[in-house]
Design a protein around this ligand. Sequence first.
Ligand code: ADP
Length: 614
Amino acid sequence: MSSKKSAGTIAGRKQASAPFQLPFLRSVSRQEAARNRARWHRFLSYYKPHLPLLGAVLCCAVLVSLTALALPLIANQIVSRLPDLAGSPDAVGQLLALGGVLLAIFAVQALATYFVDYRGHVMGARIEAQVRSELFEHCQKLSFSFYDRQRTGQLMSRITNDSLWLGELFHHGPEDLAISLLKFTGALAVLIWIDPLVAVVIVGLLPFAMGYALYFNNRMNKALRTSKERIAGVNERVEDALGGIRVVQSFANEEDEKARFDTENAKFLRSRAEGYRSEAMLWSGMDAFAQLVTIVVIVFGAIRILGGEMDAAGLLTLLLCVGVLLDPLKRFDNFIRLWQEGYTGFVRAMELLEEQPDIADRPHARPLDAVTGAIGFENVGFRYEADGPKVLEGVSLSIRPGEFVALVGPSGVGKSTLCSLIPRFYDVDAGKVTLDGQDVRDVTLATLRRHVGVVQQDVYLFSGTVAENLRYGRADATMDEIMAAAHAANAHDFIMALPNGYHTDIGQRGVKLSGGQKQRLTIARAFLKNPAILIFDEATSALDNESERAIQQSLLSLAKGRTTLVIAHRLSTIRHADRILVLTRDGIVEEGTHDALMAKAGVYADLHSLQGRL
Ligand code: ADP
């Protein structure tokens, strides 16, 4: 039985917050803690294929930190040696040599920074691409019921926008942490060495700066999270309005669409403004803190020089050290931000990856080899949502191999639903559906669907050429086979009349083709697939007589030698069906040939007189 989900989208769920808070500040259930741990392991596992590169980046980060610390130390050497050098004949030579050493150190620093920046970012981008690819692959596997609940715009946002920050986090995370830690401890050691008292004063100020930074970081984080949800909302509007642009324009609803878009856009803008406010407060506060520390060092240093406890070289070193000491603060802050941005994106990505397809192979599912095409429904019950209304109840039905069966009945009684249970687009809630006597849930999905061809009324063609779209039926089909399929589907002539024949680009979703032409292409696609069972959902939209006849002819030739189930909207389509099933809210109420059902003068005959034509 499929695990029906109660309504609710991933996007609508409460966001998991980045676990940067200390654990005791937030009570987490054991289950949530286990899930966080698993996510954390998964986060680290993405580094595995890149360990050598990560090692090289970290080594370069160490070099960057050490060379940064070298400046105050060498400056200290130069200034404190000045009195001794004053009388020496090669004083300038020695100073130039020290300058040379400084230059060499900076050359190393520049190279290391380049490596960290370039290769580190590439590593981050590779991991990001990996996550994005996993997301896409996973989305391909998720079931129809998942897409019934989800909004494509929101999903697109997850796969594209959210993962952008992941690369930054994967890159800057280890590097920023290493550089911050090394620079901070190194600069602190130098400060203590020069003047422990000033060091104590500076360290005493640090908690205030940290508290300030964390507070505004938190606010920024909240705004960022809101922004992410809002941009997903904007994406959703764009997707909806542009995807349905023909409907929008035909109803002249451009202004309404613009108003709806503007609402989402304004919400996004507000969340961005809030984010920027906190960001500005954060950075201006950090700059002010740096100035404050510099002033403290100058004043304290001057007092200590007056008292003879420090010399000018000491003060210069202290001032240079302050820069090195404060850089980690900024970096650390940046890291927290990246963490929050990237990790919320990571959590959103993981939520999607953790979503299990409702329809999957059972552990001992067998591949389905050649089939004769016998279909059975045994006491089948189905509903779309756990708490939704029953769509099918106690439906039993048996279709012989090669039989041509038509399903008719009022709209909304479950004809499409019944057909969608055969290729397991959804799973039954009660009873079973069988193919050649085997429960469809006991065979592998891939082989089951290989034997079932579906021609939906809601024709979906991909952007690309006619030939590419037809080849979707069978990837290795030759051009001759493609043309034979098009002939059989009565599509060859109109394809040849297109500007580039089979190589004509048909535009997104085949917008450059008529409804009848699109349907004939999907029939040709089904010819190429050559399934044992064919489900044909006839187009409800009115087709011109010629198209209708062409489609009917191609359907009849496609149906030859296969079990065919047609959901018929035009009763003319099914006059020659072996059996007609009449489905109403009470289930299958009548069955038989056209003539038998007409003679019965029941529901079918009523439907027939309602359509008033044959
Ligand atoms: P028919 O093909 O006979 O017109 P359907 O099988 O499409 O009927 O629909 C049967 C019922 O199931 C309808 O009430 C419809 O609203 C509902 N339904 C169809 N598809 C879904 C879905 N994806 N999620 C929820 N309800 C659905």
